[in-house]
Design a protein around this ligand. Structure first.
Ligand code: SAM
Length: 220
């Protein structure tokens, strides 16, 4: 439940410096760059950890609604930073407890993000629960708002019905255009997303399918 969550009044009122202390400008005390990559419903943080070395100059943020899971990811990142303090690795990943279905434009400016990941989102199987899914037409308009032109939405799931749901909503949305299979095959993030999340590993252990769909944010 998210009744105790607090949301920033606007992106500028968010103090990110405590999330990414390694990127604080010593003169201004503020971050020298903005979050650029978001992992929505990041779970235990496997994707964040594996993306970190691939995008050393980009800030990557996991958003997770569960308190204990968020705490786990926070502790995991602190431990990694400590382990690698000589090389400053893992300073570029962080996690925030938030309901990503609410007030996303209060966290990010228009066009701020270059990539958003939706890895193995909760399927909400029952028909009457479909509106609780993290990909809906309304939410896609918010994702389009925080994504820059050319930015990419990544989705992966083992639930065929959910995959088809996400594809049909994204296909229908005027601000998204599906990327080809060839594009997926050459994109390093697709490979990482297939292998690195905890849910993805579970699916692999059970020999389950993984359905991928990626979409580019196009100009209005
Ligand atoms: N992405 C991770 C992975 O692939 O291992 C976790 C997948 S898990 C099935 C879905 C996650 O999304 C859960 O950790 C859940 O708490 C989180 N979640 C569900 N709804 C959310 C929301 N509205 N905002 C943020 N996180 C959410």
């Amino acid at each position: 439940s998210d009744h105790k969550l607090e949301y920033p009044k606007s992106p500028d009122s968010m103090d990110w410096s405590k999330y990414y202390p390694g990127f604080v400008d010593s003169e201004t005390g503020k971050l020298d760059r903005q979050v650029e990559i978001a992992d929505i419903g990041c779970g235990f943080g496997g994707l964040l950890v594996d993306l970190a070395p691939h995008f050393p100059d980009s800030l990557i943020l996991g958003m997770e609604i569960r308190v204990q899971v968020t705490q786990y990811v926070e502790d995991r990142i602190i431990a990694l930073r400590l382990q690698h303090k000589d090389t400053n690795k893992y300073q570029n990943i962080s996690v925030i407890r938030a309901n990503a279905m609410k007030f996303l434009p209060n966290f990010f400016h228009k066009g701020q993000l270059s990539k958003m990941f939706f890895c193995f989102p909760d399927p909400h199987f029952k028909q009457r629960k479909h509106k609780a899914r993290i990909i809906t037409t309304t939410l896609l308009s918010e994702y389009a708002y925080v994504l820059r032109e050319g930015g990419v939405v990544y989705t992966i799931t083992d639930v065929k019905d959910l995959h088809e749901w996400m594809v049909s909503h994204l296909d229908e949305h005027p601000l998204f255009e599906r990327l080809s299979k060839e594009w997926e095959d050459q994109d390093p993030c697709v490979a990482i997303m297939r292998e690195s999340t905890e849910e993805g590993k579970k699916v692999a252990r059970n020999n389950g399918d993984k359905f991928v769909a990626c979409y580019r944010r196009v100009a209005a």
